[in-house]
Design a protein around this ligand. Structure first.
Ligand SMILES: Cc1ncc(COP(=O)(O)O)c(C=O)c1O
Length: 417
């Protein structure tokens, strides 16, 4: 088979594909493997019951059932649903948005594929532009998304050491460089993998820089506000005409419905919807059908505040406690868990690479994600990249606890060797 450049790039073994294959194979080979590696949300029975009830109501109503299965939606998404989202954002945050500022996608991942490639890569004048990540480590799912090479640049963060073996990354504005070749900046807030939440000041500062450079600031709110709202400290949501906010229903507990939501100025939404028509023709109706009523009644917010956030906050607190109890004199640090569904662990001076630690943990029956995968756009010369792992705490408590004990044992062994 002769492949195009696109074919070679996207059908080949990229880092993320290899890692996902490896995680899948490991799980198949050992069904008892403790899975702390993926981004699957936890199971929250009360939330599942709400979605089930919604689905049952749809199944009872021939009209709703027909809209679920029997029609192509407009490429931008169902107008009623767009209006409900817009009205929620206006009411909740006072943002000046209408249905023309919102587009639906089949998951937020494909929305990033379109948005990033729409803005960066080869430009009509022959130049090349890239997406800048002002605070690496960043989401692994961006890494291979660009149609061209050199697709990302990234700024190394400042590290603030905190009490009780915690630390926090901050944007290092003294090193942040926006050039003529920068197409946009993007941050996930809360950040996957670290659980960091950029401070309001950092976001405002990034916004000023983006506006001055006339480039969009993209905020990946997969874990953020207003839903699923997995934030453990106070942080202001941010949007204006220069911001592209990308939301998702996945971390509410609906990753299978594949619904993403893009909020941006009209010009961007129009361009995005056109591109999405080429790629997807129309968006799936399942997510909007289940969520519509939750948006109309505002239940999406109470669900996020009362069920989703407390679930992860409690899990994060427990996981930190268990790590502290298990690590003994290991020189570990935990990124302050401020949101999302992961702990990011840093082992200063770890004598082995994060990949080797991942392999050893896999042999012990626990899957994590080695940290070096989370530095898209950054050269590999920073030792810190090899000293971290991402651990999900979304599984049930007993499983997480067992996994933590194994991680602590293996890390201690690595330091002693
Ligand atoms: C930060 C972040 N952004 C985007 C996504 C993509 O999510 P989805 O395509 O399910 O909306 C994920 C998934 O884990 C994520 O962690």
């Amino acid at each position: 088979m002769k492949l195009s450049a696109f074919g070679e790039k996207f059908s080949g073994s990229t880092g993320i594909v290899e890692l996902m294959d490896d995680l899948g194979t490991a799980l198949n080979e050992n069904p008892d493997m403790i899975f702390m590696g993926g981004g699957n949300p936890g199971r929250i029975p009360e939330a599942e019951a709400i979605f089930k009830k919604r689905l049952e109501a749809v199944l009872q109503d021939p009209q709703q059932l027909h809209s679920l299965m029997g029609i192509y939606q407009s490429p931008q998404g169902d107008k009623l649903f767009l209006n409900q989202i817009a009205s929620l954002l206006r009411k909740e945050f006072g943002w000046d948005v209408s249905d023309r500022n919102i587009a639906i996608s089949n998951g937020s991942q494909p929305a990033f594929f379109i948005l990033y490639n729409m803005l960066a890569g080869s430009m009509p004048d022959g130049t090349h532009r890239s997406i800048h990540l002002p605070l690496a480590p960043e989401y692994i799912g961006y890494t291979d998304i660009g149609l061209s090479e050199q697709f990302f640049t990234a700024t190394r963060p400042e590290i603030e050491l905190l009490d009780e073996r915690m630390f926090k990354y901050h944007v290092d504005f003294s090193k942040l460089q926006i050039t003529q070749q920068t197409a946009a900046m993007c941050v996930s807030r809360p950040t996957n993998p670290t659980g960091n939440v950029l401070t309001d000041n950092e976001v405002e500062h990034l916004d000023e820089i983006a506006q001055a450079a006339d480039i969009p600031l993209i905020i990946d709110g997969a874990y953020g506000l207003p839903f699923p709202g997995i934030l453990f400290n106070e942080a202001k949501p941010h949007w204006n005409q220069n911001t592209v906010l990308v939301l998702s229903l996945s971390k509410l507990g609906l990753p299978g419905v594949r619904t993403g939501i893009v909020v941006a100025r009209e010009e961007i939404i129009q361009a995005f919807s056109n591109a999405n028509t080429v790629v997807s023709l129309a968006c799936g109706n399942f997510g909007p059908t289940i969520a519509r009523e939750l948006f109309r009644t505002g239940e999406i917010l109470s669900l996020s505040r009362n069920l989703i956030k407390p679930f992860y906050q409690e899990r994060a607190t427990q996981a930190v406690k268990w790590f502290r109890e298990s690590f003994g004199d290991v020189p570990y640090r935990i990124h302050k868990p401020e949101g999302a569904i992961f702990l990011w662990l840093w082992f200063d001076g770890l004598p082995i690479s994060s990949q080797e630690l991942y392999e050893r943990l896999k042999r012990r029956g626990v899957l994590v994600v080695p940290g070096h995968n989370f530095f898209p756009g950054m050269d590999t010369g920073w030792r810190h990249q090899q000293e971290c792992i991402r651990v999900s705490y979304a599984q049930d408590g007993d499983t997480v606890r067992k996994g933590i004990a194994l991680i602590a044992e293996e890390v201690a062994r690595a330091y002693k060797q």
